[in-house]
Design a protein around this ligand. Structure first.
Ligand code: NAP
Length: 264
């Protein structure tokens, strides 16, 4: 039986990279998206094809749901339960940048509410509901069965102050605490919780600032002088999915070209 992974924001960018990496491992996939049904369908097809090329037969099903809405989160989990019956990996990836990069002396409550609802409230309550399901699953599974896992995609913005997107930075800093909270709470159930902090990754989210970052990277922003790719993040999630870190939980994986290293 294939393992089952649910990835939020899987239609494009980093979520798509994660989906492809898990397809390569032979996971069945629930591919959540917000509005881009076309992109989600394309990703689902690419996942099936990638799995086939790696010798696996998988199911990859898109599911529309706005993770900031309680009823959508419930519908997403109901979809996973009724179509796949189990959940081995939840990847909280969906997230948005503020619609407008505004200085923290000017930024609006409207932007704050939107960004925090999608980037923090959504993953927090989705994880809560998924964790309850995973606990049920663990309690009825034989002890040798691999335990479910939860991955949280935060950002270097969890600890880097960008005063033109304070709401985004706050949401990502809070995801770091969320990782620790759920890691502690779920450890007795054998459910590992991990945070991945991507650096500057080439996706639609960073398309508007591509030239700015091209220059910063060329000037040495990161010790590894290149853009990160969705595949870089996919590889990190795949490592976690393969049970390679059984004595680690609440761990932070920096996938950032070394951005986090202080230098002198
Ligand atoms: P992206 O290219 O803009 O893709 C965003 C994905 O999230 C899309 O699949 C989108 O679905 C989905 N989404 C947006 N709002 C949603 C909602 N309310 N409910 C469900 N899904 C929603 O972004 P990305 O660059 O891949 O970023 C993915 C994650 O990595 C985010 O959490 C982001 O903060 C984080 N991150 C990105 C970078 C970077 O440099 N790119 C760096 C650090 C961290 P639709 O296609 O339907 O719109």
């Amino acid at each position: 039986m294939n393992r089952v992974a649910l990835i939020t924001g899987a239609s494009r960018g980093i979520g798509r990279g994660i989906a492809l990496a898990l397809a390569r491992l032979g996971h069945d996939l629930v591919l959540n998206y917000a509005g881009r049904a076309d992109a989600a369908a394309e990703t689902a097809g690419a996942c099936r094809e990638t799995a086939r090329a790696a010798g696996h037969q998988i199911r990859a099903e898109p599911c529309q749901a706005d993770i900031s809405r309680a009823e959508d989160r419930q519908r997403l989990l109901d979809f996973a339960r009724s179509n796949f019956g189990r959940l081995d990996l939840l990847v909280n990836n969906a997230g948005v940048a503020p619609s407008l990069r505004a200085d923290i002396l000017e930024a609006t409550e409207e932007s704050f509410d939107r960004v925090l609802a999608i980037n923090l409230k959504g993953p927090y309550f989705l994880t809560q509901a998924a964790a309850r399901w995973m606990i049920e699953q663990v309690q009825s599974a034989p002890p040798e069965q691999p335990r479910p896992k939860i991955v949280i995609i935060s950002s270097i913005s969890a600890y880097t102050a960008s005063v033109n997107r304070g709401d985004y930075c706050l949401s990502k800093a809070a995801l770091s605490m969320m990782t620790r909270l759920f890691a502690v709470r779920l450890a007795d159930h054998g459910i590992g919780v991990y945070e991945i902090r991507p650096g500057v990754i080439a996706t639609d989210m960073t398309a508007a600032v591509r030239e700015k970052y091209d220059k910063l990277i060329a000037d040495g922003l990161t010790p590894i002088r290149r853009w990160g790719t969705p595949e870089d993040i996919g590889r990190a999630v795949a490592a976690i999915a393969q049970d390679l870190f059984p004595f680690s939980t609440g761990e932070v994986f920096n996938v950032d070209g070394g951005f986090h290293l202080h230098r002198l």
